[in-house]
Design a protein around this ligand. Structure first.
Ligand code: NAD
Ligand code: SER
Length: 327
């Protein structure tokens, strides 16, 4: 029995939304999940499998109109500028990541929605945070505008629950690795690009140092933890708007070595750019014991099983039609 009547997904065409929306349509009914993004959806499964609309999250009245038109009682807000893009467009990052989040919370308050889900990130942490096994409750002093919006978003979400009873939930996602939709404008994107380059060209120039360790998660686990949290009993949640969550941690060098077990000719070089600074301010590993104990979080994929699955999915697709060339 679904806890939601209908769900509006904002930012549905992105790396996470393009897969999460399809899984939610299978789980809650195709007609009950409305996919929206700032531009009209391209032809494909997302557009063809259920209701869809163009929606700019900066337009609060348009969000309210869509929610009312479809009878939604939940908003999943995935619209954001990620770390590298946000640093290049600071005002837009604030308007989309925080202005947009505020708009969804206001619509939820005004229309009495059941829930708003909005991800946070490992970018909520900063250089003053302990970087190994980073605790749930710790210093949150990010040095990127993206991180500033993520901490602010968590605080706003918790405030709206305490002040207005709006049930806002979120996860501090680590870097998300997936084979369907390329990530855009992030720092952890290297861990996806590397597969495309390894398969198509046999080599990769990495924009992070070899010893850069970051927390990561494979998309099936990302979808699983998102739905688990959305469906959890609110009474059990002590950190609803910003749970630590993780599945694995590895360095760029360790990922390359694992890929080389499958593709022995693969070579990698390291040419760090400004994204190295962002990665150096984020945790190396995460303590997600609160998520595990409070709502039963368990990951399925570690690094070797993720690499095996990524290569199995991408190799036939990239070899047959050259589609999905990483930028
Ligand atoms: P993405 O960049 O792939 O997708 C974001 C989507 O938002 C895009 O489709 C974009 O068109 C849309 N968008 C941008 N501006 C918009 C606007 N004004 N109105 C409506 N839509 C707009 O990002 P993603 O990786 O799918 O991330 C989704 C969420 O998860 C974000 O909040 C992000 O911060 C968070 N997150 C992602 C990762 C990751 O590794 N992918 C890690 C941590 C947190
Ligand atoms: N994957 C994101 C980024 O690199 C982290 O939130 O920006």
């Amino acid at each position: 029995m679904s806890p939601f009547t209908r769900i509006l997904v904002i930012g549905a065409a992105g790396q996470i939304g393009s897969e999460l929306t399809l899984v939610m349509r299978e789980r809650y009914g195709a007609a009950n999940v409305v996919a929206s993004d700032v531009h009209p959806l391209k032809d494909g499964p997302l557009k063809e499998s259920g209701p869809h609309a163009a929606l700019d999250i900066r337009d609060r009245s348009a969000i309210a109109a869509l929610v009312q038109e479809h009878g939604c009682n939940c908003i999943v807000n995935l619209a954001a500028l990620l770390s590298a893009t946000a640093e290049q467009h600071v005002q837009a990052a604030w308007e989309i990541n925080i202005g947009g989040h505020y708009n969804t919370l206001e619509v939820a308050r005004e229309l009495g929605l059941k829930q708003v889900f909005c991800p946070s990130s490992i970018a909520a942490f900063g250089p003053t945070t302990p970087r190994d096994n980073t605790p749930q409750s710790t210093v949150l002093e990010p040095t990127t505008i993206y991180g500033v919006t993520k901490v602010s978003g968590e605080l706003l979400g918790n405030y709206y629950y305490q002040r207005f009873g709006v049930d806002c939930r979120g996860l501090r996602y680590p870097g998300i690795i997936s084979s369907d939709t390329l990530p855009g404008g992030g720092t952890t994107d290297y861990a996806v690009d590397i597969f495309y380059q390894a398969i198509q060209h046999g080599s990769y120039e990495c924009f992070l140092r070899e010893d850069t360790m970051l927390p990561m998660m494979y998309m099936p686990d990302c979808i699983k933890c998102t739905l688990d949290l959305m469906e959890a009993d609110r009474a059990k949640l002590s950190n609803a708007a910003g749970y630590n969550i993780t599945a694995m941690s590895f360095t760029a060098g360790e990922l390359a070595a694992e890929i080389r077990k499958h593709l022995p000719e693969f070579t990698i070089t390291y040419v760090p750019d400004v994204r190295q600074n962002y990665a150096d301010s984020w945790p190396r590993s995460i303590d997600d014991s609160a998520a595990r104990s409070e709502w039963g979080w368990q990951h399925d994929f570690d690094m070797p099983s993720m690499v095996t699955d990524m290569l199995a999915k991408l190799t036939p697709r990239l070899k047959s039609n050259g589609a999905g060339e990483a930028g």
